[in-house]
Design a binder for this molecule. Sequence first.
Ligand code: ZN
Length: 314
Amino acid sequence: MTPVTAEPGRTAAGAGTRMTEIADGVLAYVQAGGGWCVNNAGLVTGGGRSVLVDTVATQARAQRLRTAVHGVTGRDPDVLVNTHHHGDHVFGNALFSPAATVVAHERTRVEMAQAGHGLRSLFPAVEWGDLPLELPLLTFADAVTVHAGDLPVHVRHLGPAHTTNDAVVWIPDRGVLFAGDVVMSGVTPYCLMGSVTGSLAVLAELRALGATTLVPGHGPVGGPELLDATERYLTRVLELARAGTAAGATALEVARGADLGEFACWVDAERIVGNLHRAYADLAAPYAPGAPLDVGASFREMVAFHGGPPVCHA
Ligand SMILES: [Zn+2]
């Protein structure tokens, strides 16, 4: 892998954050740390065209991402794909639009409009900047293909998984999959706004693509082993939820008594609380994956579990 930076010899976006070429014309922008609101992005180039996959949370971080993109292509991307509606992935849109056409699943546009900048209130200490919310210009229902020159870039909606509006970006000619937040790497998955059982089904679909390189929504780039680890974690969440349901225990009680084993060291372990709330809902009748839950109440329980507000380094 070849690190590509706007200023040779220096990182493009602060300590440990780099734009790295992971395949011919395909680059991963990985922000070190990977926790709350510290997400990854990507860039696909070919034939003088380029596609950016996601932006980042704050104005300062988005400006650094743009500098890194210009360091590779010398210009703004033609297309910007949002993998889902969460603010860390979309708040930087305005810095790239209208030069880039913002593309997303139709539900992403709806959820973005409803959520607005609400994420900022969960982490008031972050210097968010003042970028306006830029909704997707072009939406799709199931899938759309963008062409970086001769290189097809498949954007496909799956789920509910991490949210109701997840899309993955698959470049079959390079074996690279940008998984959005459906897959994380060394970082705890978070399915409160999607579905645990739906995520497990999506992981099976992603495995069938046969990607050799996976860019997760948060954490370091990896391979198919990221699918395996995510599957093990979510299977454990379901086991805990089934046991908790049988015992009449609340999600918070189950979380407090849970042995997270290999997952205890993953970043943002407190998400077990939200994941259990979603798993309880998935197991209840009628089955309604992605049906809205009380995000605020779940977040307050995560704070109680964690012994204070979750740590956000955005
Ligand atoms: Zn997300």
